[in-house]
Design a protein around this ligand. Sequence first.
Ligand SMILES: [Zn+2]
Ligand SMILES: [Zn+2]
Length: 259
Amino acid sequence: MDGKSYIEPMTQSNAQNTGRSMVDALRHPRWPSLCEVCRRWGAGRICGDCIARFTTAHPRCARCGLRTGQPLAQCGECLRSPPPFRATHCAVDYGFPWDQLIVQFKYHNQVELGYSLSRLMLRARFEIGFSADGPLPHTLLPVPLSLDRLAARGYNQAWELAQRLGAARQVPARADVLLRVLSTPAQADLTRSERLRNLRAAFMVAPAQRSWLAGREVTLVDDVMTTGATAHEAAKTLMRAGAAAVDLWVLARTPHNSA
Ligand SMILES: [Zn+2]
Ligand SMILES: [Zn+2]
């Protein structure tokens, strides 16, 4: 599989053609760099060989994104307990090598990895996989961070992805609609039900945006979907505020729901 077109670094001319800023073009110059995965020299932070090798499309439940034996509209869990979101698009499973890159992206200030990781999401959605012919996403809403976490990290990784995805497909991205009003403790060691309890009332729709949201279909963007508890609560908040439908677009999905 040829990943070259996908990782072609931005140049001044194609930056203008796609409406990207020169800042983005300068962040992704033509000169070669080390691949973050195989450490060989190539074009871009993730080389075409590694992308082809580690982005196999797996059949998934179209609703929650879990891997299934064959593509399903809904898995048994979604049938038993329908989630508040309509569809989930995930690029990769959360595992080697993407888990390490996501940690760098999220916790080690490697915000520029957002460019390569957003390309993975675009490629999975529009070039390979089982939903490649699907419609364009609706307005992109990043899953928000609480203000204290945003202040500590300096950026919201979901917003970094959403902006790049939106620019690549001429879809608006907005960070002013869904807000996180409650700071929740780190979720890593919690079960799904504990996460859900933690997240209750964590999100709200900005009062000034309620009329905009009413009757509208939107797409939530996040970097990782683990148990789905965060996506569940965020989507529920949007639906309660009057959204017509919520879809999810995530970079990486853990292969199995934990308890
Ligand atoms: Zn590589
Ligand atoms: Zn499902």
